[in-house]
Design a protein around this ligand. Sequence first.
Ligand SMILES: NC(=O)c1ccc[n+]([C@@H]2O[C@H](COP(=O)([O-])OP(=O)(O)OC[C@H]3O[C@@H](n4cnc5c(N)ncnc54)[C@H](OP(=O)(O)O)[C@@H]3O)[C@@H](O)[C@H]2O)c1
Length: 234
Amino acid sequence: MKKNKILITGTSRGIGKALSEYYLNEGHQVWGCSRSESSIKHGSYTHYSLDLMDEKQVLGMFDLMTKSEFDFDVLINNAGKASFNSFMMTPFETVQKVMGLNVNGLFLVSREAAKLMMINKKKGRIVNISSVAAAQSLAGEAIYAASKSAVESLTKTMARELAKSGITVNSLGVSLYKSDLSSDIVCDKLQEVLNKQPLARWAKTSDITHTIDYFISPQSDFITGQSIYLAGIK
Ligand SMILES: NC(=O)c1ccc[n+]([C@@H]2O[C@H](COP(=O)([O-])OP(=O)(O)OC[C@H]3O[C@@H](n4cnc5c(N)ncnc54)[C@H](OP(=O)(O)O)[C@@H]3O)[C@@H](O)[C@H]2O)c1
């Protein structure tokens, strides 16, 4: 497989850390970011600490990336936050945080990444991590599901706008995966979510990497604006 330079957001733990380790083991270069430091120690890994909800900090990271000549081929928008509350009980601050990271943060990184892809390579791959929550409309996930629906809408519009520049944009709706994020879901709810899935098991890292590998492969240059869900949703 061609060796890529890959920018992944939210790499301090969970799915982002697992993706970084996978792509580093496959011989790719990875630039990761999150608010906290990363425990990943690898010669081909660079970490940048920032809050993705702060435009100045995001611009600062892209500035440093340009100076470091990290002309990446692939962006994986992974960082995300969930809120498992009934819609009536959700504080406005939570809404701002979930939307601020899942939508605004993803928008900022994608906008800056697309500029660099256009200038440096005139091609690229963007993969947005969504969630089966966008399709399931489960009680108790209103704001999280709305934020991931927005990610999928952005995916389609970005795909249209970037097609002429050789950049594909697709989204992957991840199903339940063991991480800090899913550990916030109460036990009964976990079972309800699993029962809604045609394939009722937890997602493995390889389920996620397999689909991302499909989106980023050179042969997938005619695949854009698509949303794939794990576990058979939709
Ligand atoms: N786990 C699941 O069951 C599941 C299911 C469907 C979809 N997903 C999606 O998969 C993605 C990853 O989820 P996960 O389970 O790996 O979550 P996680 O374990 O909570 O990790 C989230 C990552 O995002 C980073 N992050 C959070 N807020 C940030 C901010 N303001 N600025 C920069 N980085 C920030 C975190 O690092 P810091 O805290 O250090 O900033 C961390 O590295 C998310 O988009 C999530 O919606 C997860």
